[in-house]
Design a protein around this ligand. Structure first.
Ligand SMILES: [Fe+2]
Ligand SMILES: [Fe+2]
Length: 505
């Protein structure tokens, strides 16, 4: 290759640089031949001035140049611009650059007008030529950019993809990354910033990259080179102190992250544990409820047995009396067995969601709760509406209703409310079914209203409950069934409402 001549690297795009012997930092100006609107790209410094002018005149003429592109402000790239201006000697000559570069470039004593790419939609159209400009901020100047010529798919890339080569090659070989590595590690400010520019460049359809230093990169080398460039640590990392500090910070952040993950795991375990414990507490409550309902029939059966025994010993037991007493006992036993069924049905975990009528569920909950509420002297009313169906776990819903009723009962007893009552109201809107459970127990204290669904929160005396009932109720309605359970105060007491999405029965 004859480096004393201009070399056409793509149709009408010429390398017009000068080979500086034994200089690992070659600088390359390029010339885009476009009649009397030709373009000189990164003219270089006064070191190569004569050779560059000679080459341009060999393929065109200096006064055919209408534009000089300055990809950034460095002297190796821009210092010869004012001397070029003098030779070109055209009033309509324009310096194409980014507005951020102008305050610096003017110090070279440039006299031509500026064509600021950011004020021209990042493009230039002249004769049959279309150029696109892509900003590559901070690589390595705030206003740095690259130029893309779509017809030949050539990228004129300024400092990006430049190399420092002991033995310079015109076209990049397989080992070009090794040659370009050091320059980029030092001149690109950080990997993030560099990758931002590389991502933009990567999106272009490219046949050739012509950088301001190093070698020209042909199509097959482009993609692998960009991949390697993307992984390169650069910029601040060359400062050892900074690098060490950064690595230390990254390590410290990693440790914190690990600690956070493990504490999250613990939190999850704890939640699981609480849920299990809540289930156990509810089991305990269930057994208590069964015991309560069994007490009376058991006592009656016991009495009957004593009477029967006594009469039988004294041989005064008549068959008819025996039959009637046995019948009575059988009824009691049936009642006890039904109690078990009721509770089992409501505690048995379900696997599949079903559509169920809230009205039916409330009736079922009331068969469990009525004896307990009656005994405590609490009046209970249930006002229902047309069958309202929701989708979810019927037994769990029952459990929640029982839990809220139990809670209301405890408060009413604890606060010794006169004429205690619970009013349940089932209503529906276009898409929701709402069950509201009102009591006249004086309401939830203002300071507690945000905490009543917290695990372990309880206003009750130690002997009365664990505080897990409302927590588990909220989990069931919101986590398991996607509904909403909330508590508010009314004038006389508290209202708990369960809102679920309405479905067709
Ligand atoms: Fe530079
Ligand atoms: Fe440069």
């Amino acid at each position: 290759m004859d480096f004393t001549q201009a070399i056409e690297i793509a149709k009408n795009i010429y390398w017009v640089g000068m080979y500086l012997e034994n200089d690992p930092f070659q600088c390359h100006p390029y010339f885009i031949k476009n009649g009397n609107e030709s373009i000189l790209v990164d003219p270089g410094s006064m070191l190569e001035f004569d050779a560059v002018v000679k080459k341009i005149n060999s393929i065109s003429s200096m006064n055919n140049i209408k534009y000089i592109i300055l990809h950034h402000q460095d002297p190796d790239l821009a210092a010869s611009a004012p001397e070029m201006e003098k030779l070109i000697n055209r009033k309509d000559l324009q310096i194409i650059t980014h507005s951020r570069m102008v305050p610096l470039i003017k110090h070279y004593l440039i006299r031509s007008e500026y064509y600021e790419i950011d004020k021209h939609q990042y493009k230039l159209q002249c004769r049959n030529l279309d150029l696109q400009f892509l900003t590559t901020p901070y690589c390595h100047s705030p206003g740095a950019f690259v130029t893309y010529e779509p017809k030949t798919k050539t990228l004129l890339s300024g400092d990006i993809f430049g190399g420092i080569e002991e033995s310079w090659e015109f076209f990049a070989g397989e080992d070009y990354f090794e040659k370009a590595k050091q320059f980029h590690a030092e001149y690109m400010p950080s990997r993030d910033i560099f990758n931002y520019a590389l991502n933009k460049i990567e999106a272009l359809d490219m046949n050739l990259i012509a950088p301001q230093h190093g070698s020209i990169i042909k199509k097959d080398k482009i993609a692998p080179l960009i991949t390697q460039m993307k992984a390169l640590e650069c910029g601040l990392y060359i400062e050892k102190g900074y690098r060490d500090e950064l690595l230390y910070t990254i390590e410290a952040l990693k440790q914190k992250d690990l600690a956070l993950v493990s504490s999250l795991k613990q939190l999850k375990e704890k939640e699981e544990f609480l849920f299990q414990k809540a289930k156990m507490a509810d089991m305990g409550e269930m057994i208590g409820n069964i015991a309560h309902q069994w007490r009376q029939p058991l006592a009656i059966n016991n009495t009957i047995i004593s009477i029967l025994k006594e009469k039988s010993q004294r041989e005064i037991l008549e068959d008819s009396e025996l039959m009637s007493k046995l019948g009575e006992m059988e009824n009691n036993i049936q009642y006890m067995s039904k109690t078990i069924d009721d509770f089992m049905r409501f505690y048995h975990p379900e696997k599949k969601k079903t559509n169920f009528s809230v009205s039916d569920v409330v009736e079922h909950a009331l068969t469990i709760m009525r004896p307990i509420l009656n005994k405590a002297g609490i009046e209970i009313h249930f006002q229902t509406c047309d069958p309202s169906y929701v989708s979810g776990y019927m037994n769990e819903y029952t459990q929640v209703v029982v839990s809220i009723l139990t809670n209301a009962k405890d408060i009413l007893i604890h606060r010794k409310i006169k004429d205690p009552s619970i009013n349940m109201l089932l209503s529906q809107t276009q898409d929701s079914v709402i069950l509201a459970i009102n009591d006249n127990g004086g309401g939830i204290k203002k300071e507690n209203i945000h905490r009543i669904f917290d695990p372990y929160f309880t206003t009750k005396h130690k002997s009365m409950g664990t505080g897990l009932g409302l927590y588990i109720s909220k989990m069931i309605i919101e986590k398991n069934m996607g509904g909403i359970l909330k508590a508010e105060n009314t004038q006389k007491g508290a209202v708990f409402s369960i809102t679920m999405e309405k479905v067709n029965g």
